[in-house]
Design a protein around this ligand. Structure first.
Ligand code: ATP
Ligand code: MG
Length: 560
């Protein structure tokens, strides 16, 4: 018999969350139930996309379920506009939740549990203001001061809490606090606030409630109600975990557990909804979906594909320590995906007119162009060729250096999918600027070769001038000039000073006619230029295109 011929399957490297789940499965856990818990107080950003990919991705991988739960415990900041956008963004990313839930669905249950904690002597009504409570919390080295109301009887607490709920007191007059330990080394345990009074209409419960639970009291209990097995959140919540466990234990309810991973940070990018809202309100951007924003709706408008965002989340992985990811990685992912799926088109963004003098006036010839060399199924299209075309100014040099293979006086170049042309004459205006080139074409060169077998190296793109679609083209650069938007080391008064004045440059582009009715949601490669898509600002007579990403990682080098 042969020696050990058994091969072990190559083991896939698990991230630490997968390890945790596989351990719990090994210990007998039968279900994997996760949730994605956004607060509907703004639009989701690329950091949330990562959290979505993790939560929905883990549930999918382990045959479990992922709920979408809106953490709607603060009526003042929340709105159904945000709820709708969040649902749309998750589905666009390619995920579907098992159940759509709201923390507000559980307000009754949370209230009952609070009453239970009061009865157990584990909660009390405090008449101090939130500010007074903050000031008496102590420091890491000093214990906090107990509230003068801490020793209220259970009966009094029950009565006051009931009256709080019934709206007898104005905002800020009272709070409900957990009675834990004012000298606890974890500051969050120093009698955390469970409920505050807010007389405001809630987007779902209307005016039913005027007391609202705090995050620490609500989150774990909501997880428990939904029997979440793995409550995954970002690292800054690790200090909250013991309190999360404390409430669950005190109430003796289903023991959900919390696990933390490092939040996503990106260079040149701001990631908190609060500050993004500020950008919108101050008019620094055109709105939440301005293509310069890091929001999911902005990435969609900018021409990103869902697959590219998922690939990015996969690429950056799940880390246990905070780090900052190079924005170039996100751009790399979208470039990779679009290279495979985007159809090619020709467009000239910096035009120079070329007149082909030996081409018959009025004659138009349809040239066959390949839609996507990476995808044979994408087929071919017709591109009109005529006597007057535009080429890119950068593809002509009057005094070229050696080894310049594009157009220059007396030289020849191949027009993509078309003929060889030779520059015979340079036309200038009174100031000496080149305004037009006169060229001749080689009628025998249409099928790829030349009339006498001579070799021409350069290939440039072009658009027939009379057929061109004129469009506003928006070239985007990072919204911030500094790698860290909050960098004030050069004496900036605030982060607003770091906004990049060139984050959006508008140019007029000349596009091949097949782009005339390009549908929103389609991204194309403009050959040799970059990836572009029609923008939602497009109107009947005024097409607008966005640059999704350049062909190469160019700005990173320029800006460094
Ligand atoms: P922001 O500070 O941007 O408003 P948030 O954490 O307050 O974000 P939530 O709506 O509470 O936003 O977040 C929903 C989920 O998304 C949470 O589990 C949160 O941990 C996660 N999340 C938020 N920002 C990031 C990020 N940058 N990277 C990864 N996950 C994130
Ligand atoms: Mg939040």
């Amino acid at each position: 018999m042969e020696a050990n011929t058994q091969t072990t399957e190559p083991k896939e490297k698990l991230n630490f969350l997968e390890e945790i789940i596989e351990e719990s499965i090994a210990k007998g856990e039968k279900r994997v139930q996760t949730r994605f818990p956004p607060e509907p107080n703004g639009y989701l950003h690329i950091g949330h996309a990562k959290s979505i990919c993790i939560n929905f991705g883990l549930a999918k991988k382990y045959g479990g379920k992922c709920n979408l739960r809106f953490d709607d415990t603060n009526p003042v900041k929340e709105d159904t506009e945000y709820v709708d956008s969040i649902k749309r963004d998750i589905q666009w990313l390619g995920f579907q939740w098992a159940e759509e839930r709201y923390a507000s669905d559980y307000f009754d249950q949370l209230y009952e549990w609070a009453v239970e904690l009061i009865k157990k002597g584990l909660a009390y009504v405090d008449d101090q203001t939130q500010e007074e409570i903050r000031l008496t919390r102590g420091t890491i080295s000093e214990p906090g001061k107990e509230s003068p109301w801490r020793k209220r009887s259970v009966e009094e607490n029950l009565d006051l809490f009931d009256r709080m709920r019934r709206g007898e007191f104005p905002d800020g007059a009272k709070v409900l606090r957990a009675k834990i330990d004012m000298a606890h080394p974890n500051m969050l345990f120093r009698d955390p606030i469970m409920y505050r009074i807010i007389h405001a209409e809630h987007h779902r419960t209307g005016n039913k409630w005027c007391i609202y639970p705090m995050y620490d009291y609500a989150h774990g209990q909501c997880d428990s109600i939904e029997r979440i097995t793995h409550s995954i959140c970002t690292l800054e919540f690790d200090v909250h975990r013991p309190l999360y466990d404390w409430f669950i234990e005190a109430l003796g309810i289903f023991p959900s557990h919390q696990y933390e991973f490092a939040r996503l940070n990106l260079t040149y990018t701001m990631m908190s909804k609060r500050n993004l809202l500020k950008l919108v309100k101050e008019g620094a951007v055109m709105g939440w979906d301005d293509p310069r924003m890091p929001t999911i709706c902005a990435l969609r408008r900018k021409g990103y594909t869902p697959a590219s965002v998922r690939a990015f989340a996969e690429m950056v992985g799940v880390a246990k320590r905070d780090n900052v990811i190079d924005l170039g990685k996100l751009e790399y992912c979208v470039r990779e995906d679009l290279n495979k799926v985007a159809e090619r088109r020709m467009a000239v963004l910096n035009p120079l007119k070329v007149v082909i003098s030996n081409w018959e006036e009025g004659k138009v010839e349809m040239r066959k162009a390949v839609n996507n060399p990476e995808d044979p199924k994408a087929g071919m299209r017709d591109v009109p060729f005529s006597r007057e075309i535009y080429i890119d100014r950068d593809d002509f040099m009057e005094n070229p250096p050696k080894k310049y293979f594009r157009l220059s006086p007396g030289s020849e170049v191949r027009l993509r999918y078309s003929y060889l042309i030779k520059c015979e004459e340079v036309v200038k205006d009174a100031e000496g600027n080149v305004v037009e080139l006169r060229c001749t074409y080689d009628p025998m060169s249409g099928e790829g070769s030349s009339s006498d077998g001579r070799r021409v190296k350069g290939v440039i793109h072009w658009v027939s001038a009379p057929h061109a679609v004129k469009a506003e083209v928006r070239l985007f650069n990072p919204l911030f000039r500094t790698e860290d938007p909050f960098d004030t080391s050069a004496g900036q008064e605030s982060w607003e000073y770091n906004l990049n004045p060139d984050s959006m440059v508008k140019v007029t582009g000349y596009l091949e006619p097949s782009l005339k009715d390009a549908p929103i949601g389609h991204t194309y490669q403009f050959e040799r230029v970059g990836y572009f898509c029609p923008d939602t600002d497009t109107t009947a007579g005024h097409p607008v295109f966005n640059r999704t990403v350049t062909l190469k990682d160019s700005w990173a080098k320029i800006n460094k």
